[in-house]
Design a protein around this ligand. Structure first.
Ligand code: NDP
Ligand code: OXD
Length: 313
């Protein structure tokens, strides 16, 4: 039984070594022996080359090494086998660290104080309490719920938005198109942890920004996007910043990655850029979970964290 490890964008050798160490009796390939390699039963992938999985006659399941699966679903020749994604405390904790970091930095006016320091300016800003500030989380999935729990522990008020109705402790939850305005109207700091699907592509546009609260305890609305770059319209973000519809922005993901050198986002004084680094997939933490899924599947148990291809996540 062979596992194909088709990973681009991450370091494939780190994943190879982690699989070889954790499963010495399994054969792991970085390339199929042929387009119809009959030995391959499982594929573990990140941005696999188009069509590479399409001819494998004995492929039983595909595993994403990340939480997102858009990098798999874009393959137009994807075989009809189950796709499982990563749901892991390690990944959720990393994402929540990013979210808490960015929320606290905006909330405590990090950007303004860094500019003041550069100008040698001693000036104390308003300091609202966390309980006066509402963080709105778009996407109440595995990552959104973990981030909400950690922000709640810091005292923030929380609202959340999802596709279907959700009940999440300590979060006022809204859902669907009908719930979006009420959600946005309560939000001071908007955190986006949505997957990219035909329904969510381009959702972060001028119309959405204009429906956020205009006056907030920290001065103006803040956007933090760590979901996917295709959710955002970058020209609309820049316009909203210039027109003070948005006060500050943190972006981890971009319409084009790597972010082109010509993008004005790099140098905008109220934009904080990270290179799709909010939550790394760590092979040491995640390989045992993927192998655990394969072992369970071979015992006849169902795969967990399966993707619904129709929904797109
Ligand atoms: P989940 O599938 O657990 O959660 C997705 C959430 O988004 C759910 O609450 C879902 O609603 C909601 N959602 C999906 N479509 C819509 C829609 N049309 N309208 C409203 N809500 C919608 O995913 P995770 O929390 O595990 O991950 C979220 C995303 O984070 C990933 O898909 C990936 O793109 C991104 N990510 C980014 C990383 C980075 O480093 N920047 C790292 C890891 C992930 P419902 O609950 O009703 O299904
Ligand atoms: C993921 C990511 O989806 O790293 O896990 O973007």
């Amino acid at each position: 039984m062979t596992i194909l490890l088709s990973v681009t964008g991450f370091q494939p050798t780190r994943w190879l070594h982690a699989f070889q160490e954790a499963a010495p009796r399994r054969s792991i390939l970085l390339q199929p022996n042929s387009v119809m390699d009959p030995s391959i039963e499982y594929a573990v992938v990140w941005k696999q080359p188009e069509g590479i999985l399409s001819g494998l006659p004995n492929l039983k399941a595909i595993f994403s090494i990340g939480a997102g699966v858009d990098h798999i679903l874009r393959d137009t020749r994807l075989p009809d086998v189950p796709i499982a994604r990563i749901v892991a405390d390690d990944l959720s904790s990393r994402m929540s660290e990013y979210v808490v970091w960015r929320v606290l930095d905006h909330f405590r006016r990090g950007n303004a104080y860094r500019m003041q320091q550069a100008a040698g300016l001693w000036h104390e800003r308003m300091q609202p309490a966390a309980r006066e500030v509402t963080v709105g989380i778009m996407g109440l999935g595995e990552l959104g719920r973990d981030a909400a729990a950690k922000l709640h522990a810091l005292g923030f008020r929380l609202v959340g938005w999802s596709r279907t109705e959700k009940h999440v402790v300590d979060v006022e939850a809204f859902h669907g198109a009908a719930g979006l305005d009420a959600f946005l109207g309560r939000t001071d700091i908007l955190v986006v942890l949505l997957p990219i699907t035909p329904d969510t592509r381009g959702i972060l546009d001028s119309s959405l920004f204009s429906r956020l609260k205009h006056r907030t305890p920290i001065g103006g609305p803040v956007l933090i996007n760590a979901g996917r770059g295709g959710l955002q319209v970058e020209t609309a973000i820049l316009k909203a910043l210039d027109e003070d519809v948005l006060m500050e922005v943190s972006l981890d993901v971009f319409e084009t990655e790597p972010l082109p050198a010509s993008s004005p986002l790099w140098k905008h004084p109220r934009v904080f850029v990270t290179p799709h680094a909010a939550a790394n997939s760590d092979p040491d933490a995640l390989v045992p979970l993927i192998l655990g899924q394969i072992d369970a599947f071979e015992r006849g148990e169902p795969l967990r964290h399966l993707v619904d291809r129709r929904r797109g996540y």
